[in-house]
Write a protein that binds this ligand. Structure first.
Ligand SMILES: Nc1ncnc2c1ncn2[C@@H]1O[C@H](COP(=O)(O)OP(=O)(O)O)[C@@H](O)[C@H]1O
Ligand SMILES: [Mg+2]
Length: 230
């Protein structure tokens, strides 16, 4: 479980302060498939970055069952990220000169695993995201949907507890976005990995177990029913 308590985050932009998060309280269960919805500028990315230890809040706390993430120093945050979190981004963020296989295997590099295990896990992930046989292609030789599947595989290959995905379907057409989401859902069920993803796409929200809606840095709705997810 992840517990977020009274998170505030302000950005200084020239002379003006932007209150990106204004007191966020949220509990995320293990194995959740949670959508963070809300219009552009509502604080979705800021919240994901705080959850992902990529950014620090001004006040408030983020704790897991074992660790107070907000109490970690820079090195502690890096270690935590490396072992517990996977990330998927809107622009896929694959390394263009590496093949799909290499992009996935690369995220295991820092874990000092035996080469045979790297190979087994990477091949298995390629298969799980439906990219069997495409491991030798570079990102430029793959469709947007295929690239995002590589990114999902890269996030999952470490077997993290939590995958954070910032608008993972924003650059995909709706059918492709739906297919990528279905892949994420399958992996969520199969591995018990917690997924937290931001979106403003109603189709994506419908796939979620729970939808938290942000507006101007506050939670304005939080529900598991169909009404909230629309
Ligand atoms: N690095 C930054 N510097 C200044 N303002 C920022 C920065 N990042 C985000 N903001 C502002 O914080 C608010 C929330 O942004 P963000 O979390 O990116 O929202 P969303 O992802 O929902 O579009 C917006 O008003 C945005 O302009
Ligand atoms: Mg954003």
């Amino acid at each position: 479980m992840i517990t977020i308590h009274d998170i505030h985050k302000t950005y200084q932009s020239g002379d003006t302060a932007v209150h990106a998060l204004r007191g966020i309280d949220l509990t995320i269960a293990d194995g959740a498939f949670l959508a963070i919805a809300g219009p552009s500028g509502s604080g979705k990315s800021t919240l994901l970055n705080v959850l992902g230890c990529l950014d620090q809040p001004d006040s408030g706390s983020v704790t897991t069952d074992e660790v107070d993430l907000t109490g970690l120093d820079g090195r502690g945050r890096t270690e935590y990220r490396r072992h517990n979190l996977g990330f998927v981004f809107q622009n896929f963020n694959l390394i263009p000169v590496l093949t799909a296989y290499e992009n996935i295997a690369f995220s295991l590099d820092l874990l000092n695993l035996p080469e045979t295990e790297v190979r087994t896990r990477t091949m298995e992930m390629l298969r799980e995201v439906g990219l069997d046989g495409l491991g030798n292609r570079r990102p430029g030789q793959l469709s947007g949907g295929q690239q995002q599947r590589v990114a999902v595989a890269r996030a999952l290959v470490k077997d993290p507890r939590v995958v954070l995905a910032d608008e993972p379907t924003a650059n995909l057409d709706s059918d492709t976005g739906e297919a990528v989401l279905a892949t994420m859902r399958t992996l969520n069920k199969r591995h018990g990995t917690t997924f937290v993803f931001s979106t403003h796409d109603p189709m994506v929200m419908e796939h979620a177990d729970r939808c938290v809606r942000l507006h101007d840095g506050r939670i304005v709705e939080d529900g598991t029913d169909e009404e909230t997810r629309r």
